[in-house]
Design a protein around this ligand. Structure first.
Ligand SMILES: Nc1ncnc2c1ncn2[C@@H]1O[C@H](COP(=O)(O)OP(=O)(O)OP(=O)(O)O)[C@@H](O)[C@H]1O
Ligand SMILES: [Mg+2]
Length: 311
């Protein structure tokens, strides 16, 4: 079973405002509300990929109720810890005339160390050696940057496979606890190691440093330039496909969903990368925060070009 953990979920409100102007009265042409937060997005894509997952995390207030109801309605198993405060609303403004996307993200409620202990216990009780745990997204106010490291160290004795998709200090601390797979984008990797990466070989070299820290697989997403997967003895690059891009929101999350399923199903590294690349490419071809379509993904799998980089 795959478990996704969303410590800081959000209600994503997407407003379509043609010709959005700062300092003016703007009219909303259309509006949609989605259950969001990175782990929840991963669970939604896993569902689209015909897999199963259980969504864990912290929710509270009316927005929390909306997220739970939504997940129940599309039959994604969930078992959240309820906190006293309302969870955040993230606003996404899509301007179809000027082709701009503006994000306004709230910080979210304060979560206590006591709440963290509750989620660690819940996760520990759920998982066994066949589990894949996805830790992704920002860490809520009130919890330390070492929170993911703390969770990983707590559940690792159960031999679970952990995917970490985090940035900044949460990523830097997290890799020290040896998760099974990490999925930074290039920018996150550059930040973590305080370097500029300008070619594939330099990229592979940094990934190998992460592998040397005890991480089995490093997958780096490169936006339109594709992705790279590095293990102890292999480096594979999936070239980016030129497609009609509708929205890049959640591209990384959809990639993580495909990687989680690949681990669960024991796919070979080559196929896992192909599957992850196809899923994320299909995702950018889909509007807004909606997930990619399975039929499109199946077609794209054969179109992804993989090349091996000698290491
Ligand atoms: N413009 C694009 N054209 C084609 N494919 C894309 C494009 N942008 C993203 N992708 C696909 O999605 C994958 C993940 O994208 P990206 O590197 O932007 O992730 P990310 O920065 O982690 O995103 P997120 O904001 O969801 O965390 C890429 O490796 C690629 O396969
Ligand atoms: Mg990302």
């Amino acid at each position: 079973m795959i478990f996704t953990v969303t410590l800081n979920p959000a209600l994503d409100k997407t407003l379509c405002i043609p010709n959005f102007s700062i300092g003016q009265v703007n009219r909303v042409e259309s509006l949609r509300v989605d259950a969001g937060g990175k782990g929840i997005n991963v669970s939604k894509t896993i569902k689209e990929l015909k897999g199963e997952s259980t969504a864990l995390g912290f929710i509270g207030g009316k927005n929390g109720g909306f997220i739970k109801e939504y997940l129940d309605s599309i039959e994604i198993r969930n078992d959240f810890i309820w906190i006293n405060n309302e969870i955040r609303t993230n606003i996404k403004i899509v301007d179809t005339i000027n082709n701009t996307f503006t994000d306004i993200n709230e910080a979210g409620p304060i979560v206590s160390e006591r709440d963290l202990e509750k989620i660690k216990k819940k996760l520990f009780d759920y998982v066994d050696e066949n589990s894949v745990v996805v830790l992704s997204g920002s860490i809520p106010n009130g919890l330390k940057s070492s929170t993911y490291k703390n969770i990983i160290q707590h559940v690792l004795p159960k031999n679970v496979k952990i995917i970490l998709d985090a940035e900044g200090d949460a990523f830097i601390y997290g890799i020290k606890a040896s998760p099974y797979l990490v999925k930074p984008n290039k920018f996150e990797l550059e930040n973590a190691f305080d370097i500029k990466i300008d070619n594939d070989l330099a990229l592979v070299e940094v990934c190998r440093k992460v592998v040397a820290m005890g991480v089995e697989y490093v997958v780096v997403s490169l936006g339109e330039n594709g992705s790279l997967m590095v293990s102890k003895d292999k480096a594979l690059k999936a070239k980016g496909l030129k497609v009609d891009v509708k929205s890049t929101v959640g591209a990384g999350d959809s990639m993580v969903a495909a990687l989680a399923l690949s681990i669960e199903k024991n796919y070979e590294m080559d196929y896992a990368l192909r599957f992850a690349a196809a899923t994320s490419t299909a995702n950018v071809m889909t509007e807004g925060t909606q997930t990619a379509e399975y039929e499109v993904i199946k077609k794209l799998i054969n179109e992804i070009e993989i090349e091996e980089i000698n290491i």
